[in-house]
Ligand binder design. Sequence first.
Ligand SMILES: Cc1cc2nc3c(=O)[nH]c(=O)nc-3n(C[C@H](O)[C@H](O)[C@H](O)COP(=O)(O)O)c2cc1C
Ligand code: SF4
Length: 574
Amino acid sequence: MKRLSDRAAFEQYAAEARARWERLWSEDQWVISVGISGCSIAKGALETYRNLSLHLSEGHIPAVLRQVGCGGWCFAEPFVEVKLPGHPPIVYGWMTTDRVPELLDALRRGDLRPDWALGVRAAGAWHGIPPLTEHPFLRRQRRLLLEHAGIIDPESIEDFIAIGGYRAFLKALFEMTPEEVIAEVKASNLRGRGGAGFPTGIKWESGRRTPARPKYVVVNSHEGEPNVFKDRRLLESNPHLVLEGLLIGCYALETPCGYNYIGGEHALALQRFQRAVEQAYELGLLGDDILGSGFSCHVRIRTGGGAYICGEGSALMYAIMGQRGQPRTKPPRSVEEGLWRRPTVLNNTETFASIPAIIQNGGSWYASLGTKESTGTKLVTMQGPVKYLGVAEIEFGLSMRELIFDVFGGLREGYRLKGIQTGGVSAGPLREDELDVPIDFEALTPLGAMVGSGGFVAFDESVCAVDFARYLVAFSRYESCGKCTPCRLGTPALVEILDRIRHGFGRPEDLDIIQYASKHIIELSLCGLGQVAPMPLLGMLERFRDEFIEHITERRCRAGVCPIAAGEPLSVGR
Ligand SMILES: Cc1cc2nc3c(=O)[nH]c(=O)nc-3n(C[C@H](O)[C@H](O)[C@H](O)COP(=O)(O)O)c2cc1C
Ligand code: SF4
């Protein structure tokens, strides 16, 4: 790859990339794309890819076989997209390796197998196959960040540039001052997607105003929370989008130092982001004097070792510096003293990925999406017995009911929704009768629920509220770093009480002890982990109190999952 020396050289490279991209789709050839991502690999996508390669060469079918990322429809993995000469691309789901010969035979006979198709990538139906955008999972989505997920090869900078990638960075670099970039981000009212929803423009402005140098910009790709896998999929499917957002952030802060801290469990995300960084260096979009602009930027990658707490901003920074990943008291805030006690702006992966569209289309355009206080789109993941498991991108303002029943298809046959756990492990649940609440940062809070990082769990009658609460609190207990007493001793105490109740040895006063202990853990803990650890329990207790009481007074678990039901002996503190 030749290093591009200036903007004109980039424009020429982009024009050639676009022309190649258009030829790929218009030439008289088969183009077969296989989604290769964490979810699809688990369901056999690599075997599908290998089998396709074998059958195409044995059958002498002249085809371009390519890899793409995850389209978000994890429920239908592995997926294969086929573009036949003269046809629009058709996306097929559940394409396990055993189906490959049958699919190829059918296509050669001119049978498009509509029964296996998720949809056609075209504006209208094709031979009875509806457009992909009309699939129930996609119909209510608004895809900005996922627009090209599942379409471009995540390991190809050329694909990314062909579909308009790095244009926003060039616009910022050559047409805007750093102050103007920050003004657009402020106008967009983008709020951080890592959980707390802090306004990104204000954070960037504070970082810029702090005089000390050097400054650092850090992407938080740790994503250690259970039930959430949106950042991982984003990095697996479009890593250059995150890198472009990071570059714009570095330009706005006028710093040459960017980091991405990626959870060590997300091997493919790490590999693809690493590749993206290498390619950007090779092409001259990273390094010294980028495209002759005078601006230099270097990006380093660090990986986590699996501790959830290392996703907390200050702990993450200690981990990057090679120290023990533990939170510290604030102030000073990291925009004043972060990495190596220098001003550091830290944002979530999805936050950075939202930046290019804001710069390209303007802050006010972005602010027109979503609701007044929660603008733009949000990546959400849903676990539980829903029909369409996966990653969706919705505009803020959609109701929780629409999210579950329209986007994720409602519950599978035989299941009845009991509630939905919100905010990963950091907030309370909602009952079925509360689902008309709009999804935005403000509306959920009075109900004790939270958007958080966008991980939701739908649960049905087979889930016991006491048992589920125990699982959520036990996660925080296990992940507590132990630095402060209320969290270190308080979370195991809560788990112990819940175990007592689950085993049929609960006492009526235990419910008051839970309230009392939770209040102190929330108020006295040093960091966000302890401050929210009791929230799921308090929410379950408020909404499903009768279940707790049944366990205590009747020694009965209506879901039949607690040891009480099986008459198991007491074993607390596991
Ligand atoms: C225990 C704990 C774990 C966290 N884990 C993550 C994480 O994995 N990813 C993330 O972006 N933010 C995480 N956060 C929030 C970060 O501290 C920080 O607020 C966020 O990365 C800022 O980015 P944003 O403004 O774009 O949301 C965590 C916070 C706590 C308390
Ligand atoms: S609240 Fe928990 S995780 Fe946070 S510093 Fe204290 S002990 Fe560590």
